[in-house]
Design a binder for this molecule. Structure first.
Ligand SMILES: Cc1cc2nc3c(=O)[nH]c(=O)nc-3n(C[C@H](O)[C@H](O)[C@H](O)COP(=O)(O)O)c2cc1C
Length: 215
């Protein structure tokens, strides 16, 4: 079993990514690729991304979160403001995001700085979620150790009763973060591991320098 994974490989026979076809800014290029990932129909959660954070003294951690919005201001996800990731972001706002759309032989890497979105933005998104998810946000103390699942069930029953027939308020411990990228790299798999890589780097005047990287 362990031997066989060393033989797992596929050849990326995909069409290349060409410099002349790249959008001038990474947000437009990302939008194009995300839409192609969604339209391909073969990717379960095209908006799932790995979020990597690190403590102040450099211990990294990574987990999957869902991209809920992006534009020139940055890339937004929602979570618990008392979670491990939130503690790490409070200590160290530098973070990375990674999308891997394996079926398209594509990867996008972003590095930047993260800040909380406004309460109004969190409020608007929170209330667009299904009621069960809104109650779940109240019931879970994300990343804390709990004795068993009954703890969650009891908390869910409590908040369900508490907010019966009311608009469920946005918990103070829940909301969005926005990563404003400083670099964004687009990777397209090619045959013989000679992939195409282009990195957009934000310049002082907010324009983007585009460079090809060796695979
Ligand atoms: C596909 C997928 C999507 C997820 N989306 C989110 C999300 O949008 N927000 C979130 O807080 N956790 C999300 N999670 C759970 C996180 O990966 C993680 O378990 C949780 O946020 C706690 O992380 P932390 O302890 O590092 O703070 C998702 C997990 C998966 C597998």
């Amino acid at each position: 079993m362990t031997n066989s994974i060393s033989n797992l490989r596929i050849s990326y026979e995909t069409d290349g990514l060409r410099r002349r076809e790249l959008a001038a800014d990474p947000f437009s290029q990302f939008g194009l690729w995300l839409q192609q990932a969604i339209d391909s129909g073969g990717i379960l959660e095209s908006n799932a991304m790995t979020l990597a954070t690190a403590t102040e003294d450099g211990f990294p951690s990574a987990r999957t979160v869902l991209l809920k919005e992006f534009n020139e201001a940055g890339f937004v996800f929602f979570t618990n403001y008392d979670s491990q990731k939130a503690h790490e972001l409070a200590e160290n706002p530098h973070a990375a995001l990674l999308f891997h759309w394996g079926e398209l032989h594509r990867q996008v890497r972003l590095v930047g700085t993260v800040a909380k979105v406004s309460v109004a933005e969190s409020e608007a998104y929170f209330h667009s979620r299904p009621l069960g998810s809104q109650l779940g946000a109240w019931a879970s103390r994300q990343s804390e150790v709990i004795a068993n699942r009954d703890v969650l069930a009891a908390e869910l029953a409590r908040v369900t009763e508490l907010y019966q027939g009311q608009t469920i308020p946005l918990p103070l411990h829940w909301g969005g973060y926005r990563l404003s990228p400083k670099t964004v790299e687009f990777w397209q798999g090619r045959p013989d591991r000679l992939h195409d890589r282009f990195r957009y780097s934000r310049q002082a005047n907010n324009s983007w320098l585009i460079e090809r990287l060796s695979p």
